[in-house]
Design a protein. Sequence first.
Length: 236
Amino acid sequence: MKLYQANSSPNSRRVRIYLAEKGISMPIVPVDLAAKEQCSSAYAEINPRRVVPTLVLDDGTAIGEVPAILRYLEEIHPADAIVVFGAAEYSGHPSPVLRARLDHALEVFHRGMAPVVITTGGAAADPTFSEGGVGRDYLMHRGIPERSLIAETQGRDTSESAVRVGVIMRANGLHSCVAVSDAYHVFRIRKLLEHEGIAPVYVAPRPDSRPHSTWQREVAVLREATSYLLWRVGIT
């Protein structure tokens, strides 16, 4: 499997970002749009529409539409579990951010990506409810069978939840996962889960969770980089 793409192409960039987020590696074949390589007869044999990107499978089949490429890549990388990282809950009800993560996990589950969903997060001010428990109940009420749900309810932060998820997955014979969180969060989550021996770790950021403004992106990157470095040196 190889990807024909052009660095200057926004559609190619979408696929490259997806590959990076999912941790998928494959041969990349550059197509020089300035030299009109996409108009050559050789490229036309690969993609008669002469557009980039094009994903060529091992059997020679070519996929030349970005939505179809992303859907194919999603479907060929199933995992043992979907892990939803928690966010705030209010008196047993998920916050808008947590609800969006759970809805995305529900969509991933219904695509058949994994047979088990693990929700994470401990209790905050109200010990009656935990983020993991609220997430499990939310997904159960939306049709995921109870046997397919596991709640991690003790983690006080992302790193603690990752450790406890590792314990849960090892106890249940699970090895790989799709991690669901926000876009700015998934790099650190992947590293934390890989540290617990979970592999491969794919990521599925909830839609529209990437910070929009420059300063929001800078703050998010700084926060995550600081948390990651502190974890690496053993401070958190």
